[in-house]
Ligand binder design. Structure first.
Ligand code: AMP
Ligand code: ZN
Ligand code: FE
Ligand code: FE
Length: 284
């Protein structure tokens, strides 16, 4: 069994439509694919409708979270699997997060335009095309305008977290997010806990507090983690009784990772499915 539990579509900042994503997942020999767009379930229906024979879809999302740190707020991502998409509190929170993404995206674009970069909000909104807006959409507009040679270069020069045009979003406090996912019958897993491209990371005490609040697992096998990060997180998962997952965090052409580049063990996948009460995996 090959199980990749973290991938993005055009419902947020991936470049494959949900239908193209599940087709690709089948083509590259995956048995299970997790659709985890940022702060939205907008791709779920199209993914289910396009599911190729033999492939199982785990419906999920990746939530934009924040934790108060000793030297300022730290942003982090929480994967949520198999939750009830109609849970009213969770619906409201995802909607709030997407509105903040849109307003902040527009503000970043306006600051870039004011400094003479030849991009505008309608162009970026067109690239996002109704999906949850993220910096990768702005990066693509900068590439199209000839400002940067690649999405990665646009991040490195202009959009990264300590960069001149970075603005925070109105993210959800992470312990509240863990509880919100559980109340909606979902299974929360901390995405790439030590990925430093996103600036500061939380310390182990925050992960322990997340575990106490109901966290189910840590995404240990992620391309942005060093071997030392993985070893440390495996030890921590053992101490805290958390599951260990692995996934590609595929974003289509917005990132160099391949679908299925990292995977989750079948026993861990079964434990996630068993813990979920909000939705079930779908097999065509
Ligand atoms: P945002 O959600 O708007 O804060 O943007 C974060 C998104 O940008 C995440 O999905 C990351 O995968 C992506 N990202 C962050 N840094 C880079 C980078 N250097 N190159 C490409 N994508 C990046
Ligand atoms: Zn993303
Ligand atoms: Fe992430
Ligand atoms: Fe992701």
């Amino acid at each position: 069994m090959r199980i990749d539990l973290h991938a993005h579509s055009t419902a947020s900042d991936g470049t494959d439509t949900p239908a193209a994503l599940v087709w690709q997942a089948g083509e590259c020999g995956l048995d299970v694919i997790g659709l985890t767009d940022h702060d939205t379930t907008g791709g779920w229906t199209a993914a289910v409708d396009a599911l190729p024979a033999g492939l199982t879809l785990v419906r999920g999302a990746e939530l934009s979270c924040v934790s108060a740190g000793p030297s300022g707020p730290v942003t982090l991502h929480l994967l949520a699997y198999l939750f009830d998409p109609d849970d009213p509190a969770f619906v409201a929170e995802r909607s709030r997060l997407r509105a903040s993404r849109r307003d902040r995206g527009r503000e970043i674009v306006e600051r870039l335009a004011a400094d003479g970069f030849p991009i505008d909000w309608p162009t970026v909104a067109g690239i996002a095309d109704g999906g949850a807006v993220g910096r990768p959409h702005i990066a693509r507009a900068l590439v199209s305008a000839g400002v940067a040679g690649s999405v990665a270069e646009a991040f490195d020069r202009l959009l990264h977290q300590d960069g001149p045009y970075y603005l925070a979003k109105a993210d959800i406090e992470v312990l509240g997010a863990v509880r919100l996912v559980r109340r909606a019958g979902g299974v929360p897993v901390f995405a790439h806990p030590l990925a430093r491209r996103r600036g500061a990371v939380v310390d182990d005490e925050v992960i322990a507090a997340m575990a106490a609040a109901g966290l189910a697992g840590l995404e240990v096998d992620h391309t942005d983690h060093s071997a030392a990060d993985r070893a440390h997180l495996r030890g921590l998962a053992g101490e805290l009784g958390l599951l260990v997952t692995g996934a590609s965090d595929y974003h289509g052409t917005n990132k160099p990772v391949r679908l299925g580049e990292r995977t989750t063990d079948p026993e861990v996948y079964e434990a996630i499915v068993a813990a979920a009460t909000g939705a079930a995996p779908v097999t065509a």
